[in-house]
Design a protein around this ligand. Sequence first.
Ligand code: UDP
Length: 241
Amino acid sequence: MSDKSYVLNVGVDRLSMKQAVQRAENIIRGLEPAGIVVTANAEMVMLAQKDADFAAIMRNAALVVPDGAGVVWAAKYLGMPLTERVAGYDLTQQLLARAAASGYRVFFLGAGPDVANQAKAAAESRYPGINVVGTQDGFFTSQEEGPLIRRIAELKPDILFVALGVPRQEKWLTRHFSELTTPLCIGVGGTFDVMAGRVKRAPVWMQRAGLEWLFRLLCQPERLFRMAALPKFVLHVLRSK
Ligand code: UDP
């Protein structure tokens, strides 16, 4: 089991990308209990402050990886540095590469009509031999939900990638986890949009400078309202020391 760093009472696993992938594979192989992987950013840590259900989801997650530069900064500032940033997009790519190499079955759930299929096509060209056993867009109705869960359970993926946005993806996975019977479930936000080529990822220099949030804001100005959580997060962290 890994150590955790605590940022505003939210535990984040202190792991390198390599170790995160190893833990994920342990879960797939049944060497560790099945569970949900949460990719934590500042917005999610702030949400956990006021949403007790979401805080519990983060507490009970099989893995909480530091997706956001803000979380990495805060842990260091608070004297509990994390190993490195483990971005959800990058973790997804690593897991897809492992899936292709080891024959793990994967399912893509979420994002707009056709995006999950385009992400599947992208995965198939990037990771030859990968077995994407099914896809479903993220705009299903409540009547479609039961059949969808049964379909996923029957297809028996080893990894279920869910892109329904935060916190819906984590709450949906938690609510249906026992029926899904998938050992490893992970909320991946905008990952399918990037894989499908609909949304660009920040250039590497911006990722390294901890400015991916700024890039996303410039590309999707409608995110401004959500990003109001960022300065609040910084203030809370500064005060919590
Ligand atoms: N989404 C969805 N169903 C919904 C709402 C959103 O499938 O009802 C998808 C949306 O198309 C996008 C993803 O969820 O692909 C959320 O992406 P975002 O970049 O907002 O991720 P976050 O910042 O929440 O991790």
